[in-house]
Design a protein around this ligand. Sequence first.
Ligand code: DOR
Ligand code: ZN
Length: 441
Amino acid sequence: MTAPSFDRILRGGTVLLPWGEWAETDLGITAGRIASLAAPADAAGETIDLAGLTVLPGIIDPHVHFRDPGDGTVETLESGTRGAVLGGVTTIFDMPNTSPAIASAHTIALKADSVPGRAWCDVGFYVGATRANTPDLAGFEQHPGVAAIKVFAGSSTGDLMIEDDPGIEAVLRSGHRRVAFHSEDEYRLQARRNQFRLGDPYACHAEWRDPECAILATSRIVALAAKTGRAVHILHVSTAQEFAFLAEHRAEASVEVLVNHLSQAAPEVYERLGGYAVMNPPLRDQSHVDAAWAAVGDGRVDTIASDHAPHSRAAKERPWPTCASGLTGVQTLLPIMLNHASAGRITLPRLADAMAAGPARLYGLRNKGRIAVGFDADFTVVDLKARRRIENAAMASRCGWTPFDGLWVTGWPIMTVVRGRVVMRDGAVLGAPEGALVTFT
Ligand code: DOR
Ligand code: ZN
């Protein structure tokens, strides 16, 4: 019998298997898929030596804002996905609050058509819910590449918003897939806005958009999910109150946590970074950071994301509350999480569950999220011992800054493999942008 032949073999890495076991094994790749977890070493077109390195399933960032279509001076699909692969990310899901917003058959087609030839990693995208398009959402969520419908229940960047219960209920009754929510109560936001003044300290952002704002919206959305029988996904959960509440409502709601809400705390972060700490929902005090880690630790968190949201320096440096909300993060998502792993705050199997298998399972992503025969050959190869410094100058994002500038981390992505192609190695982006739209079950 002749040995099977592979297009490529990744040899000798320490590979994380889906059930949490480690295997020092060769990976055989054929036609972009994983063909073998024990490839014979003599049967490949190309062999890449990964001795001493750790192979994780391709990291999925299910929450980025690449501003495409929109302001290309801040970000584009090309620059955003370049940052993704430099950070070890193999798939991203892009948010719809672009200019124009992705909320119609025309803009959905525009978005899908913009991916071939411009993306370095694979891409899914959200469709924004509006009052006008609510009846069409059931059809929109079936369009190739669509990860989910996204509802802004409170105002943020852009003008997508449905803040009222009847409006949200109508969205939940149009379609079947899980609906993703930005959950902050718009009524409370508006009612308290005049308690603050132009030029107040940036830390007021967390006072204005307080924990009450978050739990009010989350409890309203979960009640509507129960009423309609439609599952919801609460994006960027950020308060101890929501984590406690959502633990009681796992059937109705799944949970996303952002790397930022695990990594930076008020008041220190506002004093140090000013407008570069402002995002929605806001960075909060250490008690909420601790609650987020507790939820990660006991399995209540389904996905960990970056919420990469670039803005120009000029927009970030305006006085509060006129400064733009949102922080970059797709390129630093994995390095920061590996650093947390190095410090013992999370195990690598848990990290891979929340950053690869979790998003794949939750959104119904086909053929991704695990290292198993037949799945896409998406791998994130990391050096767990590498000690590196995160720097503004290394960011691919056109806005040119990161809230983690100057931070030393332990653990770094060394290679990014998307459907069998090495697209990043040792900090160099390789080949051509051959990322494709992903498919969902
Ligand atoms: O801080 C944020 N920035 N939160 C959001 O919900 C949107 C994002 C953006 O697009 O800038
Ligand atoms: Zn976001």
